[in-house]
Structures are given as C-alpha cells and as structure tokens.
Ligand binder design. Structure first.
Ligand code: PLP
Length: 390
C-alpha cells in the first residue's frame, strides 16, 4: 500500500481539491452525453425520435427522483442550483400573500438564496435572517423564536458550502410546518455526499445542481412536493409540467440522470472519503502549528475541510499552492477576487483577520491517498517558505 502511494507520488503533477466549487464530469456521464449530442429531436414532437428523447428525459427524471426518495412528478429540471433556489423562493411567495408576508432564511446561505431574499424585501416582504452558532449551525430554537403566524416560507441550506456543516433540517422543517409555513432547503452541496431523503426530512422544496455531482455545469433540479403551487419563472411552453418553460436540455438532463444513478454508490462509499479527510486533517494539524479546523466537532460533509492558518493570508496560500499544482479555495468560488472576508465565517464569530486566513479543501470521489500525501508535502514547503519570509 505505502509502496503504491510512493510510486504514485512521483507521477503526480496536479491535485484538484476544490470539489465543492465544481466536480469533474464522470466518464460514464460523458459517454451518455456524447450519445445524446446527435439525438437532437425536440422531446415535444410526436414522431419516434422525439418520443424516444421524451422517454429518455423521463428515465433521467426517475433516477433523480430515486436518489431523493421522491416521485418523478416532483422533479423539475432547471439550468442550475441558483435557478432552483430563485424558483423555490420567488415561485411560491405570491400565492401565499393572504397568509402573510414574513419570510425566514439564515445568514450563511449561498448568495443565490440570500440575494433572492434581499430582492423579496424590495417587493414588500419582511425577511428575518437567522444567525448560526460558532460551529456554523442554525439552531432550531433560533427559528422557534423568529417564526410567526404570518411566516409563509423558511429556507435553510442542508449543508454549508464553506464549512460542510450539516443543518438540522428535519427539526427546522417541523417547526416551520407547525406554523403553516413552507420549507425549502438548498441541498446543492449535500447531494451525492450524504443520503438525502425528502420524505424523511419533510421538506416542501429542495434544490440540486449538476456540477457538484460529477455532471456538467448548466443543469439543476428543483424538487417540489405535491400540492405546492409554484409559479413558473420562465413563461412559455408547458414543459416540466408547466413549472418551467423552455425546450428540455436533453444532453444535460441525461447527464444529471446518470450522475444521480451513480451517486447512490458514491454515498455508500463516502466512508472512504471521510477516512482520507480525517487523515488529512490530522496531518495538517501536526505539520502547521496553530492551524484550526472550523466546524470540527459537529456533523459535517465527509469531504470538506475549512482550515484557519493564523497569520497566513488564505488567498496568498492558495496561490502559492497553485504554483505547486494543488487547487484549494480561499473562500467559496463565487466570492473569489472579493476583498471582503467570508460572511459565513464572520457569522460564526471568526475575526475578519482569521476569516482572511482561512482556506477550504474539498475532496472528491476521485481523490487518492497519494494525492493527499502530495498536497501535504507541498503545504509543508509553502508554510516553511511563508514563515521564513516573516
Ligand atoms: N447553493 C450552494 C450551497 C452552492 O454551493 C452553490 C454553488 O456553489 C449554489 C447553490 C449554486 O449552484 P449553481 O452553481 O449550479 O448555480
């Protein structure tokens, strides 16, 4: 075993450890996409080639439904996770105005949720933003305190993209339902990494994205429970059961369906990733004095490490590691280039300075033990270099 790692190490030129930003497309997914590039018939047609494409789309829908323990008719294909989040929030609130205009989310959501709620404020809705604790968890009692009779929608993510912190969705959902509010969860980071069962969680809506699940960018899913009135954001034809107009993106839908089918196995094997992550964390703490893992003592995604390296600017560290062929993230990918510290980390109580000195490492199903050893070796070198410059 050790020998294989050592011989692998010699051949490593680059190591990708930013899988929460995006994942590589799996060979099986690529293969299916290649087949559907030439199957161009519009699934709405009544001739054979069109009907075949329609059937293929429905088989992909069934795969996604199976992964979530949902029914096919609950699955709406969208263009990305951001669209799914926008659709869930903007698509239900108008129909619920008679009950009230109060909405609840948390301070640690992805911008596609946070900014949508900020937009709802400009339309006359009132929004409460729940705080998280120092582990990055939104506690059910904070929802219990904020929720009211006129609350119509609560949206809390299943797992945070920066820390991997898994939120107590079942409890949060139960509290929301006790007050007659709908519950949406952004499960973009959770899917394929941990089991996600919409019935067990009790959610009304749930968002997914293809490119975090080894499918390409440009495909997303919104799960919508029966009986929920969802307005279409894109008005036109009656595709997706009237919930999203636009000719189906057959190639990407097939990719998502294949990725969902393969994800069942990845979840079963998630112990391997967790083992590698824990080994990695242990070695990092040994070789980098004063380094700290955030959200270390709570239930986290098996692949995510959020690491504070005091006195080492996260961005400079990531750039130095890039020169050695190792890809990490200094914050969530959507915020790269921003000078502001991560709002997720400051919401957890980290100082601006510590938040600037934090990086995210996210393993993927393709990550090998030899790659972790390589990354560790390079980290040790970069840290020594930084320290000698101080
Ligand atoms: N939600 C979370 C938690 C994410 O991490 C991301 C992407 O980073 C998104 C939503 C947006 O997904 P997409 O890139 O498909 O729009």
């Amino acid at each position: 075993m050790e020998e294989t790692i050592i011989s692998d190490l010699k051949n490593i030129k680059s190591v990708y450890l930013d899988n929460n930003a995006s994942t590589p497309i799996l060979p099986e997914v690529k293969e299916l996409m290649n087949i559907y590039i030439d199957k161009f018939a519009n699934p709405s047609g009544i001739y054979k080639a069109a009907k075949e494409n329609k059937m293929a789309v429905e088989s992909a829908r069934a795969n996604v439904a199976r992964l979530l323990n949902a029914s096919s008719q609950n699955i709406v294909f969208t263009s990305c996770g951001s669209e799914s989040n926008n659709h869930a929030i903007r698509g239900v609130v108008n129909g619920l105005k008679e009950k009230g205009k109060h909405l609840i989310t948390s301070e640690i959501e992805h911008p596609s949720v946070l900014k949508t709620f900020q937009h709802m404020e400009t339309l006359g809705f009132e929004v409460s933003y729940l705080k998280c604790n120092s582990d990055g968890i939104v506690k059910p009692d904070s929802l219990q305190k904020a929720i009211r009779k006129d609350t119509i929608l609560v949206s809390i993510m299943l797992a945070n993209n920066e820390t991997g912190a898994i939120q107590p969705i079942k409890e949060l959902c139960e509290i929301s339902h006790n007050f007659g509010a709908l519950f949406h969860s952004d499960a973009v980071q959770a899917i394929g990494k941990i089991p996600v069962d919409v019935k067990q969680l009790g959610v009304d809506m749930l968002s997914l994205s293809g490119h975090k699940l080894y499918a390409p960018k440009g495909i997303g899913v919104l799960y919508v429970k029966e009986g929920i009135e969802l307005e279409s954001l894109i008005i036109g034809g009656g595709q997706e059961n009237g919930m999203r107009a636009g000719t189906e993106n057959v190639i990407h839908i097939m990719a998502m369906g294949k990725a969902a089918e393969l994800a069942e196995n990845h979840i079963k094997n998630s112990q391997n990733i967790k083992y590698l992550k824990e080994k990695f964390e242990k070695r990092i703490l040994e070789i980098i004095p004063k380094s700290r893992i955030n959200s270390a003592n709570i239930e986290r995604l098996p692949n995510t490490i959020n690491l504070t390296l005091p006195n080492l600017q996260g961005e400079l560290f990531v750039l130095a590691m890039d020169k050695k062929g190792v890809s990490f993230s200094s914050a969530s990918a959507c915020k790269a280039g921003s000078k502001k510290p991560s709002y997720v980390l400051t919401a957890m109580g980290l100082s601006d300075e510590d938040a600037h000195c934090t990086i995210r490492i996210s393993l993927g199903i393709q990550t090998k033990e030899s790659e972790i050893s390589y990354a560790l070796e390079q980290m040790r070198g970069v840290v020594t270099n930084f320290n000698s410059m101080v």
